[in-house]
Write a protein of this length. Structure first.
Length: 147
């Protein structure tokens, strides 16, 4: 009688492999969505730092010149719109060069950051702080704190 050599995989072995892949996918997909949200939130820093540069150029010439509106900010040459959202507000806080610039995420982003905001604030001494928006801390751009 000839011995028959086993060739290939049994059905049970294949089902175990499929189950393991399913478990790994169920863990990996939520983590991947978090990475996507964090990478999309990084755009807010790019636009807000561009606004910061334009504002500093004006404020250094005249300490009361913080833009009082989004129109005043875009008149300085600031790019307000990005791929995932846009700068939606600029407001002066008095006449000492203090104020805030707000970035709001649009509708074509990860569901975790859709409609959320990131705020850059300048105090009268010229220090900038990123924070105060309503984005969750795990999705906030690096260097920003959530409120």
């Amino acid at each position: 009688m000839k011995k028959q050599l086993q060739k290939g995989f049994t059905l049970i072995e294949l089902m175990i492999v499929v189950a393991i892949i399913g478990i790994l996918a169920s863990i990996a997909l939520p983590a991947y969505q978090d990475y996507i949200a964090r990478s999309q939130s990084a755009e807010s820093v790019v636009l807000l730092k561009g606004a910061k540069t334009d504002i500093e150029a004006v404020v250094s010439a005249d300490t009361s010149a913080f833009p009082a509106s989004l129109t005043a900010l875009t008149d300085l040459g600031t790019k307000a719109a990005g791929s995932y959202g846009s700068i939606t507000a600029a407001a002066a806080s008095g006449t000492d060069g203090a104020g805030t610039v707000t970035y709001t995420f649009g509708t074509t982003v990860n569901a975790n950051i859709k409609g959320k905001t990131v705020i850059y604030a300048r105090d009268a001494a010229g220090s900038w702080r990123c924070g105060g928006g309503d984005i969750a801390s795990k999705y906030a751009p690096k260097g920003c704190t959530a409120s």
